[in-house]
Design a protein around this ligand. Sequence first.
Ligand code: UD1
Ligand code: MG
Length: 464
Amino acid sequence: MLHHFSTLQVIILAAGKGTRMASSQPKVLHRVLGKSMLEHVLHTAEDLQPESVCLVAGHGIDEVKAHIGEPENLFWAEQKEQLGTGHAVLQVEPLTSIADLALIICGDTPLLTSNTLANLVKSHQKSKATVSVLSAIVDTPKGYGRIVRDDKGNVSSIVEEKDATEKQRNIQEVSSGIFCVNRDALFKYLHQVGNSNAQGEYYLPDILPLALADNQVVQATIMDNSEEMLGINDRCQLAQAENIMQARILREWQNKGVTIEQAETVRIEASVNIGMDCTIKAGTQLLGSTHLGDGCIVGPYAVLQNSWLADDITVAPFSHLEETSIGDQAAVGPFARLRPGARLDEKVKIGNFVEVKQSVLGKGSKVNHLSYIGDTMMGENCNIGAGTITCNYDGANKHQTIIGDGVFVGSDTKLVAPVQVGSGATIGAGSIITKQVQQDGLTLSARPEQRHVKNWIRPKKGSQ
Ligand code: UD1
Ligand code: MG
C-alpha cells in the first residue's frame, strides 16, 4: 500500500559482510523469489514515499551499486569498516536532509511490509516519542536484542543476546532492529554511544538509555506479525523467507482470480504478473518479469522466465520459455523450448520437441513437431513439417531465413540460411534448400533414386 511521509528519511543498513551466508556475494544481494533482499527492502521503503532513502553500504559496495543502479531519491553512504549498527547510521550524518524523522531498517529483512513501517512511524508521532523501536513477541527470542522494560512497563533498554544476563535472555519481546527516531536527536546520541560490549561494536540500540537520561519519550511498537522481521543471516533463513513470501504471493494471486493447482509445488516469483482466470498447474515456475494475460493455462511442469504472454494461451507440460513473447490464443508444447527473442503472433502453434530462437512467427503459423527454427522471419499461416531445420549457423556466423505467408514446408526439410522462401510456396519433403524459393508452385531438391530388391530376404535372429 502507498503511504506519504514527506518528512521522513529512510536509512537502510546494508554494509555488513553476511559471514554466515558463506558466499562471495554481499548478503543483501541474495535473492528471495527472484528479487534481491535489498530490492525488496527498497521497494517497501519507496511505498512510504519518504523525503529520501539513504543506503549505507560497505562490504561489496561496488557490486551493490552496480546491482541497484541509480534510482531517483536514493543516496549512498559508505561505511568503510563495519564497527556496528550505530556506527553505520552515523555515516549518514553528512548527507543533508530536510527530513525531521529517520526510519532505520536493515537490508536483510525482505518480508517487512510498508504497512508495518507506517504503523511504527504513526505511533512514534502519536506518542510524541524521540526514539521508537519496532518490537515483536516471539517464542524463540534467540539471536535478537531483548527489550528490557522497567516496573511500570516502560522500555528502558535493548540488550543484545551476547550481553544479556540469563534472566534477560528469557525475555520474549525482541527488537526487530527497526527504529524511528527524531533525526537531530539520533545523531546527537549516536556521538555519545560507546563500544564497551561483548562484540566491541557501536550499537544503535544504545541510544535508548541516552534518550531516557535526557528525559525524552522512548517507546516500543509491537508488531502484529513477527514473521515480517525475519532477518536473513544464513541460507536456512533465506529458504524460510522464500517459503513465507511464496505463500503470501500465491494467496494474493488466488484472491485476484488465479487457479493454482497443487500450490505447494508451484513457484511464482515476486515480479510476475498474472491476469484473471489463468490456471497454473503443478510444478510450474513463473520467473522474473513473466507476464500472463487473462485465461492462460500453464503446465504442469512448465518454466517461464521473463516471458510475455497475451490472453488465452496454453503452455502444455514440460515447456521452457525464456525471454519470449506470445500473442492471443497461441499454443505451445508439450516439450517445447522457446529461447530468447522468440516472438509468436496470435494463434501460432508450437508442438512437441520444437525449438525456436530469435525468430518471428506470423499469425496462425504452425510448427508442430521436432523442428529447429532460428534467426527466422516467418509470415502468416505457414505450416512447417516435422523435422524441418533452419540451418542458421555456418560455424562462424548466424544467417537469416525469411519465409513468406502461407508457405508449406514438407517434413525433414533443411533450409540452409541465408535463404528466402516466397509466399504460397510448397517445398517437397526431404528437400535441402540452398537457393531462393519462388513464390507459389512446388520446389523440391533432387531425391535419391528409390530402388526395389525383389528377392531380398530379411535376416532372421540367430542365423549367420
Ligand atoms: C541486530 C540488532 C538486534 C536486533 C536484530 C534484528 C544491533 C546491535 N543489533 O542484530 O538488536 O534484534 O538486528 O534482526 O543493532 N550493519 C551495517 N554495519 C555494521 C553492522 C551491521 O551496515 O557495522 C547492517 C548489516 O548489514 C545488517 C544490519 O545492519 O543489514 C543488522 O546487522 P546484523 O549483523 O545482522 O545484526 P544482528 O546481529 O542481526
Ligand atoms: Mg541480522
